[in-house]
Ligand binder design. Structure first.
Ligand code: KIV
Ligand code: ZN
Length: 523
């Protein structure tokens, strides 16, 4: 049943939303974001009312350090947090990165479980405890907002975990995070763990307990909510559930579960839920990680009603099959239908409606592509425009662009592709045969930009329905331990494929692939 009751909000019932999209999320294979993309995500998180943004791991690289520092400088409301291992150099670097923030936090962690103590660090319990005290103490000497995490807490002996938490509190931790690092816990078990710590550890009522649940068994959200019911008042989560392996608890699911079921979860968050759809789309675009169609809250089908019975019910009363309104998560009924007669003004309005703000040049490029699309496609849906603009934004800084592509395909063979690429402003053409049109196209790109990268994923989907739908292609390349994912869209699947491949290649180059494009060019 939909809960429409309005309650007076008690600060003790507030759940602090700690977003780790830019740290745990960004560190998962293939999800790397550029400096500008991280700033864009952070700006939206800040605007939507996320309480704490974990902006990165400053010691990990100069790039991470710079982005944490810039996010700290720009943030208006959120606490900006950086991650640090239990080592002085990490903690000092983190303190420097968060310095420009109005409110900054150092988040330091150590593995506490027997497996981590023995195999990761080869230390005994006493040494682990002394590192907890030293790391939290050092962080506390640099800032008064310190979070301490017991990595692999859910597989740590209860007595030892209590001693670690007690040591962290005594050394000055203001938040204690209990990660289910490997997504092993069951929901009751996780709630009991938080309850046990609150009952047994001296000083536990003085600090905030936090959850950080991974999704290896698909229980991350359930476990986090169980932690909240048991007394945790911070949840660590990520947009679209991004994170190591199967990911973290999905922010949108946590926030909407708390809001929708306030009858049994009498808590609240400061997140403006009408930003959730936009945030999901942004993170999907910058990481090139697609959102599963039936993903809760933000999946394409989350509010779609297909069967006759459901459609009939929803038309009579939305509450029959909807427990939340689409508007509450920022899904808007489209007010402008676009087609080949739509002009610049309508296109600009549509972009505004979809939440895009483009500079003049980017707008003109997007408009030209929109007109091209409207010429070949009768109905241009919002999803078409989003795919088109996302690609325009993603390729704005690219050194390599697809200028043209002609493909000969069919049963006769051999399949052939002739491609022209603009590389650092100059046009280069190559013709290649291949085992099918996609292979021929990719061979031609490889001939023009020789590289070692391995094609790890090639995936095609349709942006909308119908035979004139745009194809959206995802390509993942792997080189030197780096993974880059590119997306491309077009009504021509081969053009979308070439764009996706080139987009992934550009990302690898931007990350400093060993050879520069000039030296990679075929002579
Ligand atoms: O999963 C985990 O344990 C972590 C810690 C660094 C908090 O990400
Ligand atoms: Zn994690």
């Amino acid at each position: 049943m939909m809960n429409t009751e309005t309650k007076i909000r008690d600060e003790n019932d507030r759940v602090i939303i700690f977003d780790t999209t830019l740290r745990d999320g960004e560190q998962c294979p293939g999800a790397t974001m550029t400096f500008d993309e991280k700033l864009e995500v952070a700006e939206l998180l800040d605007e939507m009312g996320v309480d704490v943004i974990e902006a990165g791991f400053p010691i990990a690289s100069q790039g991470d350090f710079e982005s944490v520092k810039e996010i700290a400088r720009r943030s208006k409301n959120a606490v900006i947090c950086g991650l640090a291992r239990a080592q002085p150099a990490d903690i000092d670097r983190c303190a420097e990165a968060i310095k420009p923030a109005g409110r900054g936090r150092i988040h330091t962690f150590i593995g506490t479980s027997p497996l981590h103590r023995k195999y990761q660090m080869d230390i005994d319990e006493a040494e682990c405890l002394s590192r907890v005290t030293a790391s939290v103490g050092r962080a506390r000497s640099l800032t008064d907002n310190v979070e301490w995490s017991a990595m692999d807490a859910t597989r740590t002996e209860s007595d030892f975990l209590c001693r670690c938490v007690e040591a962290a509190i005594a050394a000055g931790a203001t938040t204690v995070n209990i990660p289910d690092t490997v997504g092993y816990a069951y929901h009751d078990e996780f709630g009991d763990l938080i309850r046990m710590l609150l009952e047994r550890v001296p000083g536990a009522d003085e600090i905030v307990f936090s959850t950080h649940c991974h999704n290896d068994l698909g229980l991350a959200v359930a476990n986090s909510l169980s932690g909240v019911s048991a007394g945790a008042r911070q949840v660590e989560c990520a947009i679209n559930g991004l994170g190591e392996r199967a990911g973290n608890a999905a922010l949108e699911e946590i926030v909407m579960a708390i809001q929708t079921r306030s009858d049994i979860m009498p808590y609240w968050t400061g997140v403006d839920t009408t930003h959730l759809t936009r945030a999901s789309k942004l993170v999907s675009r910058v990481t090139a990680f697609p959102v599963q169609y039936n993903k809760a809250i933000v999946g394409r089908n989350a509010f779609a009603h297909e069967s006759g019975i459901h459609q009939d019910g929803v038309l009579k009363h939305a509450g029959t099959f909807e427990i939340m309104t689409p508007e509450s998560v920022g899904l808007k009924e489209s007010s402008l239908v676009m087609g080949k007669h739509s002009g610049r003004h309508a296109f600009r309005e549509k972009l505004k409606e979809l939440g895009y703000e483009l500079g003049d040049n980017a707008f003109e490029d997007a408009f030209v592509r929109f007109k091209g699309l409207a010429d070949v496609k009768k109905h241009v849906y919002d999803e078409d425009i989003e795919a088109l603009v996302d690609q325009e934004i993603a390729s704005a800084q690219d050194r390599i662009r697809v200028t043209s592509l002609t493909v000969i395909a069919g049963t006769g063979g051999p399949q052939k592709a002739t491609i022209t690429l603009q590389i650092d402003g100059k046009q280069h053409m190559y013709e290649s045969v291949g085992d099918g049109p996609v292979d021929a196209t990719f061979q031609a790109i490889r001939a023009l930009v020789p590289h070692e990268a391995r094609l790890a994923l090639y995936q095609v989907s349709a942006v909308t329905e119908g035979t004139d739908a745009q194809a959206e292609v995802m390509v993942r390349l792997e080189a030197d331990g780096q993974i880059a994912t590119g997306r491309g869209s077009d009504t021509d699947t081969m053009v979308a494929s070439a764009r996706a491949y080139v987009s992934a290649l550009n990302k690898l180059l931007a990350r400093g692939a060993r050879r520069k494009p000039e030296t990679m060019l075929a002579s």
